[in-house]
Write a protein that binds this ligand. Structure first.
Ligand code: DOR
Length: 438
């Protein structure tokens, strides 16, 4: 029997209402209990004094790129990046090549994850065949293959009737449809958020309504079908207002927010350290393609609305939308660059900036990264430190100062607008199934 004791940390376990100094006892990969003064002969001890000890994070939305885009990421590198960021479970989006629209691809992802992954991988299946939006994928077959939801992420389900059918089928299976809400006929040709920054930079913008219109449609369809629609990466105040109203009326809608939509505005595209003066000099790193993401970084009012909605509980959970890309995808003009931010290794640091600014408390952040996604996944065995569950534990040093050096990332994706930024707060140790991964 292998025994591990994490001693003297501030244990925060929102599911069990714990926030106290205690020890965590782990035996043979499972949590045995959380208590004061735990001792066992021969146990391996981790001294967590001055640190926060919490359940391993769950990321409902990330891109591991395998199969097909191994130059951007693999299951091995993506799961190691996850562990470095404090995540012990990641849900893999299906926009691989081939798309995860059949049992064979899902089986491949699970087999690779079992062989080379260092944390748990839960696959998400496609809504439509090849995510082309024209014909439903075999949702029942995908569910049998153990997918945890359906999504054509990156490719919004544009046909309302297909979305309606998807919600009907998915609800009979008990799984959510996770939609990337974007009306492409509105966003087409746009490269960043529509607003004064886009005007200043001479880039065509994407208005908030490109997101809002599809959110409105999906809420209507969730009401019609009784299906569960989960809004991926909500980014606008309008989205939040609609989700709030829908929840108040009992419609089965949930939503997530990314760390970047909580912390970075579109002004970042004017370059690091720009003071937001529309007539001011642009910085040398303006037009950084690493700040190009879909949905785009939004205006200050939207970012503030995201933080308020997170505190209010309208936003159910935080997900990274980790979207690693290769240099060929990003080292080009802003207009030609791929959308996406490599997020797993900076997510906690970004969220800690909100905690340090006292915009949100740490317990709230941990809740949105642990029990909240577990609840959405319908899983009682992850997202807490409950006795008998797998020992997935993250130890956080909330004060550790570090500089984002992309060359040090485990992820192959070095694409982040945070390169060079100083962060305060880091996952120091990540334990998965009782094993110290990083
Ligand atoms: O920025 C994004 N990148 N947004 C998405 O929805 C897809 C993702 C990707 O796959 O690169």
């Amino acid at each position: 029997m292998r025994t591990l004791i994490i001693k003297g940390g501030q244990v925060i376990d929102p599911k069990n209402g714990l926030n106290k100094t205690a020890d965590v006892l782990i035996e043979d990969g499972s949590i045995i209990g959380v208590d004061a003064g735990v001792n066992k002969n021969g146990a391996e001890i981790i001294d967590a004094k001055g640190k926060v000890v919490c359940p391993g994070f769950i990321d409902l939305h990330c891109h591991l790129r395998e199969p097909g885009f191994e130059y951007k990421e693999t299951i091995a590198t993506g799961t190691l990046a996850a562990a470095r960021g404090g995540f012990t479970t990641v849900c893999a989006m299906p926009n691989t090549d081939p798309v995860a629209d059949s049992r064979a691809i899902v089986d491949f992802v699970l087999a690779k994850a079992a062989d080379q992954g260092v944390v748990r991988v839960l696959p998400i299946g496609a809504v439509t065949k090849e995510s082309k939006g024209t014909e439903l994928a075999e949702l029942g077959e995908l569910a049998d293959a153990q997918v945890v939801g359906f999504s054509d992420d990156g490719h919004p389900v544009r046909d309302a009737n297909i979305m309606r059918q998807a919600l009907l089928y998915a609800s009979s299976i008990g799984l959510p449809v996770i939609n990337h809400c974007e009306v492409k006929s509105i966003s087409a040709g746009g490269h960043m958020n529509e607003g004064w920054v886009a005007t200043r930079l001479g880039l065509k913008g994407i208005p908030n309504s490109a997101e809002a219109i599809m959110v409105a449609r999906d809420i209507e369809l969730a009401e019609l079908t009784g299906g569960h629609v989960h809004i991926a990466h909500a980014s606008t105040k309008g989205t939040i207002d609609m989700v709030r109203r829908a929840k108040e009326s009992g419609i089965n809608v949930t939503c997530e927010v990314t760390p970047h939509h909580l912390t970075i505005t579109d002004e970042a595209i004017m370059g690091h350290g720009h003071d937001g003066d529309p007539y001011g000099q642009l910085k040398d790193d303006a037009y950084d393609p690493n700040a190009k993401v879909s949905p785009p970084l939004r205006a200050r009012a939207d970012v503030e609305a995201m933080v308020s909605a997170l505190k209010e509980g309208v936003i159910d959970l935080i997900a990274t939308d980790h979207a690693p890309h290769g240099t060929v995808d990003k080292q080009t003009t802003f207009a030609d660059a791929a959308n996406g931010i490599s997020n797993l290794e900076t997510a906690l640091g970004s969220l800690m900036s909100l905690v340090h600014l006292k915009n949100i408390d740490l317990e709230g952040v941990i809740e949105k990264l642990t029990v909240a996604p577990a609840r959405l996944l319908g899983r009682d065995d992850i997202g807490s430190l409950s006795p008998g569950t797998p020992a997935d534990v993250t130890i956080i040093d909330t004060e550790a100062e570090w500089v984002v050096e992309t060359s040090q990332f485990a992820s192959k994706g070095k694409n982040t607008p945070l390169a060079g930024a100083t962060m305060r707060g880091k996952a120091e140790t990540t334990i998965y199934n009782g094993r110290i991964v990083t």
